[in-house]
Ligand binder design. Structure first.
Ligand code: PLP
Length: 396
């Protein structure tokens, strides 16, 4: 039996696996773990979207194979969203594709465009499919330092990109994702202008993952890289309904922008899938086209949780926690007292001693060490209970 699986061997041990096993063990012992570990929205999908699904599911023919690149109406709805939200014009036939969640789109695009010897630049820490989608596809990875003395520094980050582009002619793709999972870091349009200029000069593609486009708490909604003039010549952007409409399990996302990349993704997807279930795509169309009041409510829920979490965790003895301006995560430095422990041991100890699960920063790359990611996926009552448990643990 030839059981050398080269692609699998490129993947490091899954750090979340250790945390999940511990969680399962403690739960099986009857422990009530408050789980901030995953970015898995807990609120219900808005009623009108669920109703649309119910309405469509009884129509004849909907159980047949759907359209791999997504139904027309859904691609048109996404074009309308980009026009209204970012003032970006997109051709629904050639510049938009529906994906089975943005994660699938990212992984399949990596498969579609990676050649032997290609290298990618990707922030460290990052959402795992960003580097590993490409590593599975055979690319080499250069992690981009994100924090400089504990702070994101836009100029140093961009300089680092330029220095790498000068060093490696094999770089094909730069990945960016702001608001960031896990760090909640945001950027402004000027950042994208600089980045597009660099990418054009060195003739590399940019993949921007804008999963948290609508989960923001201030007065400045996150921009799209496609707002930059001419960005479409080098950039593709991913968005998702998972967070905006609490539809993570429905698996609907999009890739939009550069025609060559959209065509490559369309081609590979035509070989490997038939698209999401048609009623789900129709309901997703309703999500984008109908009232956006539900999005405001979802945003408000995350904001309230953010405020309660920071206030109560700091009162429990956690040193200063930076307030995220967007995303559904709090990126918290380890309390000074536990700094030396490292994020993995701290996350395990927190679960064992306080019944609180968080994601260790190390799980998102070496650059995430020293932090934990706390998902805003528990209600305010559970957040307050978690703070009480944490206080008890910190005081022992
Ligand atoms: C940055 C980022 N991209 C993509 C995803 C996955 O989104 P989807 O559900 O559309 O696959 C997530 C989910 O947590 C994410 O944080």
């Amino acid at each position: 039996m030839k059981s050398k699986f080269e692609r699998i061997n490129r993947l490091p041990p899954y750090i979340f696996g250790q945390i999940n096993s511990l969680k399962m063990k403690l739960r099986s012992e009857g422990r009530d773990i408050i789980d901030f570990g995953m970015g898995n929205p807990d609120m219900p999908t808005p009623l009108h979207i669920r109703q649309k699904l119910k309405e469509v599911i009884d129509k004849p023919g909907v159980g047949r194979y759907s359209v791999s690149k997504g139904i027309n109406g859904l691609r048109k709805a996404q074009a309308k969203y980009y026009k209204k939200r970012f003032n970006v014009d997109l051709n629904p036939s050639s510049e938009i594709i529906v994906t089975i969640g943005s994660k699938e789109g990212l992984a399949n695009l990596a498969q579609a465009i990676t050649s032997r010897g290609d290298r990618i630049l990707c922030p460290d820490p990052s959402y795992p499919v960003h580097p590993y989608g490409f590593m599975i596809a055979g690319a080499k990875l250069t992690p981009l330092q994100t924090f400089f003395n504990g702070q994101f520094d836009k100029n140093k980050f961009l300089l680092n990109i330029v220095n790498n582009l000068k060093k490696y002619s094999s770089i094909k793709v730069i990945i960016v994702s702001f608001p960031s999972n896990p760090t909640a870091q945001i950027v402004d349009l000027d950042f994208y202008k600089e980045l597009v200029k660099i990418a054009k000069k060195y003739q590399v593609y940019i993949l921007s993952d804008l999963a948290y486009s609508e989960i923001y708490f201030g007065n400045n909604p996150p921009p799209s890289i496609l707002e930059v003039n001419g960005a479409k010549s080098i950039a593709v952007e991913f968005t998702t309904l998972s967070k905006t409409y609490a539809m993570a399990g429905w698996r609907i996302g999009f890739a939009v922008g550069n025609k060559t990349l959209i065509e490559a993704l369309t081609k590979i997807k035509s070989y490997v899938d038939y698209g999401a279930f048609t009623p789900v795509q129709v309901a997703a169309t309703a999500a984008l086209n109908e009232s956006q009041k539900c999005v405001e409510e979802i945003r408000e829920t995350y904001k309230k949780r953010r405020d309660v979490l920071i206030e109560s965790f700091e009162r429990a003895g956690w040193d200063k926690i930076p307030e995220p301006e967007a995303s559904m995560f709090v990126w918290a430095p380890l309390p000074k007292k536990y700094k030396k422990m490292g994020s993995m041991k701290f996350a395990k100890n927190l679960m064992i001693n306080a019944d609180v699960a968080v994601a260790p920063g190390l799980a998102f790359g070496k650059g995430g060490e020293g932090f934990v990611r706390i998902g805003l996926v528990e209600n305010t009552q559970s957040i307050r209970q978690a703070a009480k448990n944490i206080k008890r643990y910190f005081n022992t």
